[in-house]
Design a protein. Structure first.
Length: 290
């Protein structure tokens, strides 16, 4: 397995308007790709049809183009995305992975309600042996406390096991749709991704996807490098979320903010008080080592 980084991706979910925190992550991805002469894939994660929205898909293209953040492969516009790149076109890959896990006996059906989970009541469905074809049942992966080797951007290995709250995580939702952890991991393997940039808040997802890949016998996933960056936060310290509020790029564009204004605003959120003209300058002031 080569140590060369060839392919990375930006993978927004069209469940809201992109905000400045998304832009920081995309900029870091682009910077690491440029440093390694790697290609950037634009992958839009739209399996959650209840939350995915055409205006949010369009916002992804509007935002990337406005801020001149490059990508090399993937859809060129919203219509190309719908016709050729939506995750719905890869449903067969996800169901194949689910079938393989079922055949290995690594899946169980869960009928716990959202309220039960919200109230932190322990799930006992594994012991109930509920048939997998039970209506409105989610599928969960049978997990363990094994330490998993996770490779960072510099090639160094960290060993980590799933946190308790992620044990036996969902891989197929109650409505039959493959869950995020499974679809994301399958996509990264499908597109030969070898560098994934994420916020620190997704560290547990990285561990979960390593365990899922191990269950599927996909050792290649263990060679992917991961870079987890610090998050931008609200003044209150809360993590930014997709919204139509003052941190969304759509809101800022509609109020006449230029590309430089937006990058400078992000810089001020990390206590850098000079003008920033583009994504490369933003990454440099964020982390010169990148």
């Amino acid at each position: 397995m080569t140590d060369t980084i060839s392919n990375t991706r930006i993978a927004p979910t069209p469940s809201g308007f992109l905000h400045v925190g998304n832009i920081l992550s995309f900029a870091i991805t682009s910077a690491l790709a440029k440093k390694n002469n790697a290609k950037v894939l634009l992958r839009i994660d739209d399996l959650d049809r209840a939350r995915a929205n055409d205006q949010y898909v369009q916002d992804i293209f509007d935002t990337l183009n406005y801020l001149e953040i490059p990508w090399h492969t993937g859809p060129k516009d919203a219509q190309d995305f719908r016709d050729n790149w939506s995750q719905t076109h890869r449903m067969g890959l996800y169901h194949d992975a689910l079938d393989r896990l079922c055949n290995k006996g690594l899946v169980f059906a869960c009928t716990c309600s959202r309220q039960q989970i919200k109230n932190s009541r322990p799930c006992t469905c594994l012991e109930k042996h509920i048939p997998l074809d039970t209506e409105n049942a989610a599928w969960r992966l049978i997990t363990d406390d094994e330490e998993l080797a996770i490779r960072n951007y510099n090639g160094e290995i960290t060993y980590a096991s799933l946190p308790q709250e992620m044990q036996n995580f969902v891989i197929r939702r109650r409505d039959g749709i493959p869950a995020y952890q499974l679809a994301s991991m399958v996509d990264d393997l499908h597109y030969n991704i070898d560098l994934i940039v994420r916020g620190q808040d997704l560290w547990s997802s990285t561990i979960a996807q390593h365990q899922l890949a191990l269950a599927l016998g996909e050792g290649k996933f263990g060679h992917i490098r991961f870079h987890h960056h610090s998050l931008l936060t609200e003044a209150s310290g809360q993590k930014l979320s997709k919204s139509t509020g003052s941190t969304s790029i759509k809101y800022l564009r509609e109020r006449g903010k230029s590309q430089q204004d937006i990058y400078t605003m992000i810089g001020k959120m990390i206590d850098f008080d000079q003008q920033i003209n583009n994504w490369e300058e933003l990454v440099f002031v964020t982390d010169p080592s990148l």
